[in-house]
Design a protein around this ligand. Structure first.
Ligand code: ZN
Length: 251
């Protein structure tokens, strides 16, 4: 397909114009016009770029792309090497950050619910943009140890941190990646447990003082599923070759 067709399709699907973000969403580095093979991954690191080149990809789609609001504007060092590799290989780089967190089907939050086997997650309406925090009632109440074990078995990974509470967990809210700051809104909305990718120092106090069970499940680990689902969708819809590449990251 044409690069522009892919770009327009994704802009519509992910409604990129509706969400204010810290980086450009959409085409970040322009490559060749025809796209047959796409690579998806969480972050456009050098390792991902190198693997995409080896696979002769025409486009890379990531959740964490380049050109973040507060980064230096100059292209030197690590940033130069990544961009040079992409330009030299004429590969398109597409980045979708918040639009890919919140999308009701392909979003990281929605995909996490699917992975955990939790049907019909709802967006927490006090958190913006809509869908950045989701929550649901558990099919059956669990204690925090059982819930932690469930998360570990679904994610195939040890939790970074688990903070227990001593009441049964009926409902749980979550925000993938660096979403730990939303724990207070989840507590205020009456959730018994909260899951995010990363943890901050104050998250511990928020969890303990508000009686919320808390799970830090990894920024990378919780954000693998949106971009992967998006790549699979594109492969089906447009007859593209798709490779999801998981470059492991302990954080
Ligand atoms: Zn992230």
């Amino acid at each position: 397909m044409q690069r522009s067709e892919l770009q327009n399709y994704l802009s519509d699907l992910l409604q990129i114009d509706r969400i204010r973000d810290f980086c450009p969403n959409g085409l970040q580095i322009e490559g060749r016009e025809q796209v047959k093979t796409i690579v998806t991954g969480v972050t456009a690191s050098q390792a991902l770029v190198d693997q995409a080149i080896a696979l002769k990809a025409d486009a890379i789609l990531v959740h964490h792309g380049y050109f973040w609001k507060n980064e230096p504007a100059v292209i030197t060092g690590m940033k130069k090497r990544r961009i040079q590799a992409l330009l030299k290989a004429d590969i398109n780089l597409f980045g979708y950050h918040l639009p890919l967190d919140v999308h009701p089907e392909f979003g990281n939050n929605a995909q996490l619910a699917k992975l955990f086997g939790w049907p019909q997650p709802q967006a927490l309406l006090s958190a913006e943009p809509e869908g950045v925090v989701m929550g649901c009632r558990l099919p059956a109440p669990m204690n925090s140890v059982e819930l932690g074990e469930h998360l570990e078995s679904c994610l195939q990974r040890t939790l970074t941190v688990r903070i227990d509470n001593d009441t049964p967990i009926h409902n749980v809210a979550w925000c993938t990646g660096g979403g730990q700051g939303y724990i207070d809104q989840a507590a205020a909305a009456g959730f018994d447990a909260f899951i995010s990718g990363e943890i901050s120092e104050q998250t511990t106090h928020s969890a303990q003082e508000q009686g919320v069970a808390y799970f830090a499940a990894g920024h990378h680990a919780t954000e693998r599923y949106g971009i992967k689902a998006l790549g699979e969708h594109l492969a089906n819809r447009f007859d593209l070759q798709h490779h999801f590449i998981d470059i492991d990251n302990p954080a």
